[in-house]
Unconditional design. Structure first.
Length: 380
């Protein structure tokens, strides 16, 4: 039928005009297909071909109620001699983003930080744009699939049913052209994570560098001071035993990470503050910097870090979710208190200094000893 229609149309044209029309038509079709969708003003979807984990493989949490969901009580302690390693664990794709009753309070705090401390929370370098948009597309595809009660896809982008916000994520949208938001910043407004893009140096080399980030809840560092730095420069001289123990293996792992193999890891430490927005250095503190300590002023800070290879740009996407819990709450479980005490005792001197054990050891260890000597199943 279509061939017959074209034959009639072309039959009524002079041969030269008909040939020119056909040529122009094919050129137009070719250009349209070759032109990136972003130039047509659309947020490009991560296709099944470029995203090996299909959407229908993500089990939806149909009846998920974020307001009644507690934070996951991560306690990444271990017994035995201290040994620095990357602590990598495989991560099911559907477990990528974790949402709970802290969702709205975290978003409200992020809005404040992005507005009042933008230079301290958002940084990016030229060449990171497409990887950042790709990361946003991945999140926009994931959230409605995993949390349909909280998010829905729209022709323009995504709707947050919790906040009532409709995010127009087309490349012509005001959020890019007028508000000058960054894709990782938008990701921060949709999730409780901080987001970082790592890429190889565009001028050559195999090392990964921090190329973009939207970080509201750093643990003693500034995104503006680390942007553009390599993994080695970020960690060497700061993290004890990094150079001798894990620098080479970390570089090798980052280079070999597959799109189909997302991973997660955990950091943890005891803190003298519950503040999420920690931009001041807080390692190797002096005793007088901590003031007068009491156990009620001590907190466990856990970072759940997720790492994924982006399928098109091959950049690395870090998600960092921070949990802060009062020490008294976690030591209600005597087994947790016992393992935490063993971990604290196992720190080598350089690690102990880095984690400020000299500042809080007396207060915390006295508390743990009381817990472990207390009869019954629960501590005090």
């Amino acid at each position: 039928m279509l061939d017959e229609c074209w034959s009639r149309i072309l039959g009524n044209l002079p041969k030269a005009v008909g040939a020119a029309a056909v040529s122009a038509l094919f050129i137009a079709i070719w250009l349209f297909r070759k032109e990136p969708r972003r130039q047509r003003g659309l947020l490009e979807e991560v296709s099944a071909e470029s995203q090996p984990v299909h959407r229908d493989s993500i089990k939806p949490l149909e009846d998920f109620n974020w307001e009644e969901t507690d934070e996951i009580p991560y306690r990444p302690f271990r017994e035995g001699p201290y040994f620095l390693n990357m602590g990598l664990k495989s991560m099911p794709t559907e477990g990528w983003i974790e949402l709970d009753k802290t969702y709205i309070s975290r978003l409200d705090y992020k809005r404040q930080l992005f507005s009042q401390h933008r230079d301290e929370t958002v940084a990016f370098l030229p060449g990171s744009e497409e990887a950042s948009f790709e990361a946003l597309e991945m999140l926009v595809n994931f959230l409605p699939s995993r949390y349909p009660s909280m998010f829905g896809k729209t022709p323009q982008g995504i709707r947050n049913h919790v906040t009532g916000e409709n995010w127009d994520l087309r490349r012509c949208s005001d959020i890019w052209t007028k508000k000058k938001m960054h894709p990782l910043e938008v990701m921060g407004f949709l999730s409780t994570e901080d987001w970082v893009i790592m890429q190889k140096d565009p001028e050559g080399g195999d090392e990964y560098h921090l190329r973009a980030g939207a970080v509201c809840f750093p643990s003693g560092w500034r995104i503006a001071e680390r942007i553009g730095h390599s993994l080695y420069r970020i960690h060497a001289g700061n993290v004890p035993q990094y150079e001798s123990r894990i620098a080479k293996s970390m570089d090798r792992f980052f280079t070999n990470l597959k799109v189909s193999s997302p991973i997660q890891r955990f950091n943890n430490g005891l803190e003298i503050s519950s503040e999420l927005f920690q931009i001041r250095p807080h390692h190797h503190l002096k005793v007088d910097e901590s003031g007068e300590l009491a156990i009620d002023g001590m907190f466990l800070r856990v970072e759940r870090q997720t790492l994924r290879r982006l399928p098109r740009s091959h950049a690395l996407l870090f998600g960092i979710r921070t949990y802060i819990t009062p020490i008294r709450r976690i030591t209600k479980d005597k087994e947790v208190a016992r393992v935490l005490r063993a971990q604290i005792e196992s720190y080598p001197e350089d690690v102990a200094g880095y984690k400020n054990r000299h500042v809080w050891k007396t207060v915390v260890m006295e508390h743990l000893d009381r817990i472990l000597q207390c009869p019954g199943d629960e501590g005090v």
